[in-house]
Ligand binder design. Sequence first.
Ligand SMILES: [Zn+2]
Length: 489
Amino acid sequence: MLLSLIKILAFVAVVTAATFGAARLMEVSGGAEITVAGVELTLSPLELTIGFIVLIVLVWLVLKLLGLLIATLRFINGDETAISRYFNRNRERKGFEALSQGMMALASGEGHLAMAKASRAERYLDRPDLTNLLTAQAAELAGDRKKAEETYKKLLQDDRTRFVGVRGIMKQRLADGDTETALQLAKKAFELKPKHEETQDVLLRLQAESHDWAGARKTLGQKLKSGHLPRDVHKRRDAVLALSEAKDILDENKTIEAREAAIEANRLSPDLIPAAAMAARGYIEAGNPRYATRVIKKAWSVEPHPDLASAFAEIAPDEGPKDRIKRFSVLTRMHPDHPETKMLLTELHLAAEDFPAARRALGKLAEEAPTARSLTLMAAIERGEGSDDGVVRAWLTKALTAPRGPQWVCDNCQHIHANWDPVCGNCHGFDTLSWRTPPNAEVAMPGGTEMLPLIVGPKPAEDAGALAIVTETAEVGEDTDDSKKEEAK
Ligand SMILES: [Zn+2]
């Protein structure tokens, strides 16, 4: 409405200006005298202006005719498409116009409009590489999956657009959850463009999910080579893959190879806890306790962890409690204020039935940073020191609703895992698990804690049972765990 009004106004303005100009030119006196071959011409200013405009039109026409003449000459000289090309230029212009409009529509999120423009461009232009690209993108945007897939398949036929076609179909298969076909397509895409970061990531994820550790290590190496991964991150991820390889070999009972793979993983990333524990077990099996101790000491110095403690206990499974405290001192000396160290030392003293020492080792941990494990240890100390049943029960009641403490948590989706795994079981992220306290770790008990006295209250016979259950949930090495249970009884 507004546009047509402006158009009318503009038209009126142009006519007014032309009339005004012509009137002014008529008023001007004088003119131009042209003498050509003895003929004299006298032109008024208005005639001169009109003549000038006619001259411009004539020159334009001559140029056009010249173009046609050149095309005809080329045609005669054997260039068969010269004349059709001359007339096609007009079509080409329309085609590129439609293409640019289509791209504009794509950028502004109008999928259906972009598709219409793409098919218009396709009619005028003989450039399937360009128009198919636009059609595929537009179909994706408009949610027309079938059309998109059809176009991706067309793109596969051209060398220049093959990668786009493979990538498009791969993404569709991924969205469908057809990871097997997606993996094949990702491999193909990686072959076509090994430096493409997104393809590297997708391939790596799919390979890790399908336990193709050797292939994943190759992809990871390429990621490092093309500069998409810092060297230290590559080192750690490579260790994770080597460790996963070891785990899988272990499942197949090929122990020597598993041992070597685990040791390799540990060499690549000495602070990777599962790798250290597995490498240590490999050394124990090979009858090399000195190396096992060294591996665990190295990992413990970075971060104390119950898995390391239980692997360390396996080095000398038959030693007495006193000897064990002495041998463990290489670990417990290292981070004396770390909660893990305190709880480990408490467990060792409990196993040696030295309850005052256990209480000293635990310190104020149960009050300051109460977790199910530290509170259960406190209950065991009270029981060992011969405290009243009510006191023991009070600690256990607290333990039931206390946070569980650090666990293997996915940094991506916060999913909690019982055991370390290279791929998150929930969001399928690769190498996203870290040992930390999960957010909102408080255990919510429906109906609050009013029922607890009824559960842990009256019957002393049930008490020991409850203690054993809670003790089992704490992440403790098997040996220390067993001895503590005995203590509890
Ligand atoms: Zn996750």
